[in-house]
Design a protein around this ligand. Structure first.
Ligand SMILES: [Zn+2]
Ligand SMILES: [Zn+2]
Length: 338
């Protein structure tokens, strides 16, 4: 099969012919229909993820069609169109037993723990636990976003922050997950202030309905009448994390969504403010497959429009350049030709 490969961290990203995977027991192999280009892929390429073994194929934000089914899989057969959360849960550990598959103790992640979806085929583990059937009206390029950026934003805003109608939500970093968070927060009835240094990213946030789109956080307390109720670091950057905590009103909730690998430095979270204002500092990590029906319902009803975030559809030959440019080009790139 054709796949995007890197053999050294930060080194060349080239399309190569490599062996196609076989399904593991309990797993499947998908023919990839679409795979989004995400900042996490960039981190994998840069060597920020200790799970990545070279040579490596990135890609974790995917949709496609089941091509082969491993022994013991009950719910899926060849031809089924599916997506999958980027955290592939084991289905058997204590976290999974509690329904918290997104923090599974024995999770695997395509594109990190094993070869990912920037390829014609990708293997996925524990198919009966992790695969999510796609409705006929949802195309692969849109559905790919549900594997990472939209599901991550949905869980962060709705399930972790528990945003209520009328609350102010600040979104720091308007890449794929940040713009998705803008959409989700608006769908939840919140008012949104978006922050990004890129004028193009701010324009996208404003187009989606953000009430304010700022190049820095300084005006947030005034614009929101005392600070945001909820604030997200959707960039995964030291400064964005600190800005997010500082822009909250008393009793506000910070949600860390971006990855913040230690190789890029540790944020100095102002714990004095956390105490004095009784702030909550929360983490959010993907979303369990069983939580997808509510998200799919919002997409079907048109209240969430992941397709509005897709600014470029690429061939696999263009994926390497797009991955290397993550954060520099506004909007979301999705590979749809393999
Ligand atoms: Zn991602
Ligand atoms: Zn588990």
């Amino acid at each position: 099969m054709r796949a995007l490969v890197f053999e050294t961290f930060g080194g060349p990203l080239t399309v190569q012919e490599v062996p196609a995977p076989d399904p593991a027991p309990g797993g499947v192999v998908l023919r990839v229909g679409a795979t989004g280009v995400c900042r996490s892929d960039w981190h994998a390429w840069q060597g920020h993820d200790p799970d990545v073994v070279l040579p490596h194929v990135p890609g974790h934000e995917l949709a496609g069609t089941v091509a082969a089914v491993g022994a013991g899989v009950r719910r899926w057969r060849a031809g089924d169109r599916v997506t999958v959360p980027f955290v592939n849960a084991c289905g058997r550990c204590a976290q999974c037993a509690a329904g918290e598959h997104q923090v599974c103790d024995r999770q695997t992640q395509p594109g990190f723990a094993h070869w990912g979806s920037m390829a014609q085929y990708v293997a996925l583990d524990a198919a009966d636990v992790n695969l999510v059937a796609l409705p006929a009206g949802l195309d692969d390029a849109t559905a790919a976003a549900l594997g990472c950026r939209v599901a991550t934003a949905f869980r962060a805003v709705v399930q972790v922050a528990r945003v209520r109608p009328g609350e102010w939500v600040a979104v720091h970093g308007c890449g794929g997950v940040g713009l998705s968070a803008v959409q989700v927060a608006l769908a939840a009835g919140a008012r949104v202030v978006a922050v990004d240094v890129s004028p193009a990213a701010r324009a996208l946030a404003a187009d989606l309905g953000a009430e304010h789109a700022l190049d820095g956080p300084a005006a947030i307390p005034e614009l929101t009448g005392g600070g945001a109720h909820v604030s997200l670091d959707a960039a995964g950057a030291v400064a964005a994390c600190e800005d997010s905590v500082r822009c909250l009103r008393p009793r506000g909730r910070h949600v860390q969504v971006g990855l913040l690998p230690p190789a890029q430095g540790r944020p100095a979270v102002p714990m004095d403010l956390v105490v004095a204002r009784e702030l909550q500092v929360l983490g959010s990590h993907g979303m369990a497959a069983h939580a997808y029906p509510e998200l799919l319902g919002l997409v079907a009803a048109g209240r969430l429009r992941p397709q509005a975030l897709v600014t470029r559809e690429l061939g696999l030959d263009e994926a390497g350049a797009a991955l290397a440019a993550v954060g520099r080009a506004p909007g979301v790139a999705v590979v749809t030709r393999f």
